[in-house]
Design a protein around this ligand. Structure first.
Ligand code: SAM
Length: 221
């Protein structure tokens, strides 16, 4: 992997010890990271906002969660160059479907050649739009309620609670919503969200200190 991509990845994370983080990446994460994901990290490394992409250790947990719930139909809010999107597409079954929403098609197109090379673009329905209206549109058809297995929310923090309320209808009971914490950018919105999530009886909740921090919401009713 290119040195700059490694550097971008290793400077992420909540772990206070840079050495320990590097050890985890080099021992457990990089050796198991699919080649096409390394490639998407490489094509993203020169982007001025490369830090926005999902950290590879967080991605590894995401792949495990997707497998654990046998995710087949997923929704992603916030695609950027497509690290988490490609990871999802590589993890779900051949007939799986991802609704991927981002206001910016240009960044999606940076990673798209790699997604195509990986042979998983047929699983992706990319929608260039702000996400809230897409979720509201989905909810107009009751058939969409309880139909998604997995949601990854990685976009504008001010809307996270709005997304959560809608996703609690769109996800099936037993489905998972994964939200990066990103306390560094959007601190107050994240703190408010965490307080509301802690009070939400519809979910089993866990905060995992991987990457920028991950909040896992498992819909239990
Ligand atoms: N999940 C991505 C990855 O692994 O590379 C990183 C996503 S990045 C943190 C946030 C993305 O959210 C940006 O690409 C941005 O264009 C998008 N975004 C911001 N506000 C949005 C909105 N209201 N609706 C949809 N996408 C939005």
């Amino acid at each position: 992997m290119a040195e700059k991509a490694k550097k971008a990845a290793s400077s992420k994370g909540l772990l206070q010890s840079e050495e320990l983080y590097r050890y985890i990446l080099e021992t457990s994460v990089y050796p198991r990271e699919p080649e096409h994901l390394k490639e998407i990290r490489d094509v993203t490394a020169d982007h001025p906002r490369a830090m926005m992409s999902t950290a590879p250790d967080a991605g590894q947990l995401m792949a495990m969660l997707l497998k654990l719930v046998n995710a087949k139909k997923t929704i992603e809010i916030g695609v950027f160059t497509g690290y988490s999107l490609l990871l999802t597409a590589l993890t779900i079954p051949e007939d799986g479907q991802i609704m991927a929403i981002d206001v910016n098609r240009e960044t999606y197109e940076i990673g798209l050649p790699v997604i195509k090379k990986a042979g998983v673009d047929h699983k992706i329905n990319f929608i260039e739009s702000e996400a809230l209206s897409v979720l509201d549109q989905l909810l107009k058809d009751s058939e969409n309620e309880g139909s998604f297995d997995y949601a990854f929310v990685d976009a504008d923090k001010v809307n996270y609670w709005n997304y959560h309320e809608r996703l609690m209808k769109l996800l099936k009971v037993g489905g998972i919503a994964q939200v990066p914490d990103h306390l560094r950018g959007g601190r107050q919105a994240t703190l408010d969200l965490n307080r509301s999530l802690a009070d939400d009886p519809r979910i089993q909740l866990s905060h995992v200190p991987l990457g920028d921090g991950i909040t896992i919401c498992w819909r239990i009713f």
